[in-house]
Design a protein around this ligand. Structure first.
Ligand SMILES: [Zn+2]
Ligand SMILES: [Zn+2]
Length: 356
């Protein structure tokens, strides 16, 4: 006999540090109809930006899903959040963890892994395409930095601008060391007989969603309020809108999901409605790009019109996103390059896109 999924939240967690007080949303416990428990609590990964940590419990089995960013604040929140699970009567100790799962190779999810490895010897699992992020991190950063630099030049950003963006990109990325990974995941695997792996590239090449009973752990594929960030496949193979939309299709085909627990923000109660809204948001953005490109524009020119008020790091994110959408439209012939002769003459000329 199945009972309905029950969610319980404990008292608000207060964190006081360096004279500043802030309040984190309280930990939650979701009781699935098969008896599996999923605890969740947020950690501050960068400034006030929060990421969610999950602890899945089924009998003696316990898996930690994601680790925060590895900053001092994030690690402190990880410890206090894990300790706060005792408020639910949970007696789990770090050393008793059976498994650590990294949903994808973004620093706000895997950056705390070095710290977690000092607390538990539990084997680490990650999708094969994000395995190198954990085991050869420096190589990933160097290769991605070079590709990002090339992308920014192609986007029409001048050399001082590229240097400024590259400094922003590199900030905070030297902390993580990484190391060997015990388990490589692929689409369709059922990790430890508990977590079914759905490979959802687009936001990150090796991103996975995890299905357990009536719950989907959606990583950064579906968020309650924000349209997940995308960057161009020209920067990282496996990223980009084409992969992302295909991944949404995979989730749309999942039936019986009562609750979606994401890498950030609140739970999603209607996955398919939220998925449709995210899809519609991309379509609206592409329609606006096609309108702007009635006259020729570089990716930077489109970004300046589409996001006139963004500054600093948000400008880099906006350029990456417009780059991803322009790449998608160009690959489908809806945007064409208007300055081919100039590009043939000058290897540094950025493509100017025009609506076909
Ligand atoms: Zn991410
Ligand atoms: Zn994230």
């Amino acid at each position: 006999m199945h009972t309905a999924l029950v969610t319980l939240a404990r008292a608000t967690r207060c964190a006081i540090k360096a004279g500043m007080s802030s309040v984190l949303p309280p930990p939650q416990r979701h009781a699935l109809s098969d008896g599996t428990l999923i605890y969740s609590f947020p950690v501050r990964v960068f400034g006030t930006f929060l990421a969610n940590i999950y602890v899945l419990r089924r009998g003696e089995y316990a898996a930690l899903i994601d680790t925060g960013s590895g900053t001092e604040q994030s690690n402190a929140d990880l410890l206090s959040g894990f300790a706060a699970l005792s408020e639910f009567g949970e007696k789990l100790e770090w050393a008793e963890l059976s498994r650590v799962v990294i949903t994808h190779g973004h620093i706000d999810h895997h950056g705390g892994l070095d710290f977690v490895r000092t607390l538990t010897a539990a084997p680490v699992a990650v999708h094969e395409l994000d395995h190198p992020v954990l085991s050869a991190y420096r190589e990933r950063i160097v290769l991605t930095s070079r590709a990002l630099r090339a992308f920014l030049h192609e986007a029409g950003v001048d050399t001082p601008g590229v240097t400024a963006f590259m400094n922003m990109y590199g900030a905070g990325k030297t902390r993580f060391v990484g190391g060997p990974v015990e388990t490589e995941l692929r689409h369709g695997d059922v990790l430890d007989g508990v977590l079914r792996v759905i490979h959802t590239p687009g936001h990150c090449p090796g991103q996975i969603c995890l299905r357990v009973g009536e719950v989907l752990l959606s990583a950064d594929q579906v968020l309650a309020r924000t349209t997940p960030h995308l960057s161009a496949e020209s920067i990282t193979p496996g990223n980009g809108l084409s992969h992302y939309l295909h991944s949404l299709d995979l989730l749309d085909a999942e039936e019986g999901i009562a609750l979606t627990l994401a890498g950030h923000e609140e739970p999603v109660h209607d996955l398919h409605t939220r998925s449709a809204a995210i899809r519609a948001s991309h379509i609206r953005k592409m329609e606006r790009i096609l309108n702007i490109c009635v006259s020729p524009h570089s990716v930077q020119g489109v970004t300046a019109q589409l996001y006139p008020h963004v500054r600093s790091y948000d400008t880099l994110l906006a350029l990456e996103k417009v780059g991803a959408l322009a790449e998608y439209l160009n690959a489908r012939g809806e945007l064409q390059v208007a300055n081919l002769a100039e590009m043939e003459r000058d290897e540094h000329a950025a493509p100017l896109y025009q609506t076909a």
